[in-house]
Design a binder for this molecule. Sequence first.
Ligand SMILES: Nc1ncnc2c1ncn2[C@@H]1O[C@H](COP(=O)(O)OP(=O)(O)OP(=O)(O)O)[C@@H](O)[C@H]1O
Ligand SMILES: [Mg+2]
Length: 590
Amino acid sequence: MARNKFDIDETLETPFDIKHLKRSFIYIKKHTKKMVAALLLSALGVVISLFGPILVQRGVDVAVPNKDIAQVVLLSAIFLGTIVINVIFITIRSKLMVEVGQDIVYDIRKDLFNHLQELPFKYYDDRPHGKIMVRIVNYVNNVSDLLSNGIINFVLELFNIIFILIFMFSVSVKLSLVVLAGLPVFMVVIFLIKNFQRKAWQQVSNKSSNMNAYLHESINGIRVTQIFTREEQNAGIFARLSGNYRKAWLKATFISQCVWYSVDNIATIISALIYIVGMMYMAPEVSFGVILAMSGYASRFWQPIMNLSNLYNNFINTIAYLERIFEAMDEPVTITDAADAYELPKIEGQITFDHVTFAYEPGKNILEDVSFTAQPGESIALVGPTGAGKTTIVNLISRFYDVDGGAVLIDGNDVSRVTLHSLRSQMGIMLQDSFIFSGTLLENIKYGKLDATDEEVRIACQTVCADEFIEEMEKGYDTEVNERGSRLSQGQKQLIAFARTLLCDPKVLILDEATSSIDAKTERLLQKGLQELLKGRTSFIIAHRLSTIMHCDKIMYISNKGITECGTHEELMAKRGDYYHLYTSQLQEA
Ligand SMILES: Nc1ncnc2c1ncn2[C@@H]1O[C@H](COP(=O)(O)OP(=O)(O)OP(=O)(O)O)[C@@H](O)[C@H]1O
Ligand SMILES: [Mg+2]
């Protein structure tokens, strides 16, 4: 089966770049107190627990041969005490660090989400939304552990190694050297296999992200899938993506197990060596208790080294995740307030396109040198063939994209000079596909004006003839709908979106195919209410159904060449141009 964009892995092995780690200190810094406390607790715990093997040695070498029961009991009690204290310290430390980890996740996620909300339409035009989600959910999860525990553990493991060495050498220098002899073998094994291990886990992360992205899209597109009975092919694609994940996972766990076995075996061999060397060659010189203590330290010696190598690998992965996260955070908000942006004063309603040129992709102009002016209170209809650029024109008025040439002016204010908030909050825009959020109908209608009263909502709904069907629903305005408004017909969704737009009482109203799914009778009723409502507002109405736009003050015919005709219905009919042909062909169909 052909590979698709979901098969493309993200690069997770990036050249080591300390700047990402440095930057992550912004998130770590404010938890310094908790982290220092956790570190101190852990360090104390380490030292206390290291007394264990010495206690064993004393017991075996001194107390037991002397049959000193009291001392055995005392030593055991102290041993038990060290364990209990250690457990208490570990518990407190874990609690502290879980809090720090989750705080870091929370902060990064918040910043990332807030940034994503500001990114222009263009960002979302260009990439699978599932992969954006993976960054917020998975990647952030993945970095939290290293940023919280990782740093502490790093210090702690170094500390651990130093202390184990001190304790070991204080017990027996020669046997300590035996333990150290195993170190080179150990390091080679670890760093060789670990490299494989890291790459294998990166693959797991990649495959999981590919699978999630596809899953996300499939759920969104499930209706189309079933309409075109694409289930089988999609199952194939999913099986492949999920199979890749399974393969990657199996490989990674296999390698991880190999690491454990090698480490385990090396550690066992070294322990055996301690016994052999100790008993055979150093016999009277070192006691049995010393040998026992040394094998205890030896087995503890490998753990921190293992942990350090784990940390090293996590660290490399985390840097890559951080890079992906910061990359999204650094994605320039190209559409943003200019440095000297000012508040757009209350809109009168004059809208001018002054020689506007615009392209979504460089070199492919959709609008070229387009000029027109809408006077305050005028209603302007945009008609023309599919793909001509009608939606594009209205997107430019609210500055969802920046023009490449010329300017869009509202009451003489260039939209790129005023603050986005002051601009968009005065606009009522109804998009071609009206998105309904999960929640009640009331919440959906109040989406843009949270403080609207129920009365205001009802009036808005009456104006757009939505109140009738809403009242008929089981719970009226409190009826729950899901994301994308399942349970509502297309026309009902449009009516809800319409009410949502009107509620904000915008000075400029933009309706992009706002009534395309509403039946002709309801639309006529709606038109009447709307006529009242449109008074005093400049409005742009895009519609394919000509009855919707006939009564507009001005009709602009948009073709691929720009605005080719402009005038009232009567004027354009008299002209017998494109509009005339469009109108007569629709009449014939009717
Ligand atoms: N996000 C985008 N990225 C790249 N090209 C785009 C994008 N959106 C639209 N286009 C292109 O720009 C042109 C104009 O699109 P636009 O949506 O303005 O058409 P329209 O007149 O509103 O059509 P319709 O009547 O079908 O809604 C089309 O050729 C389309 O392919
Ligand atoms: Mg359109």
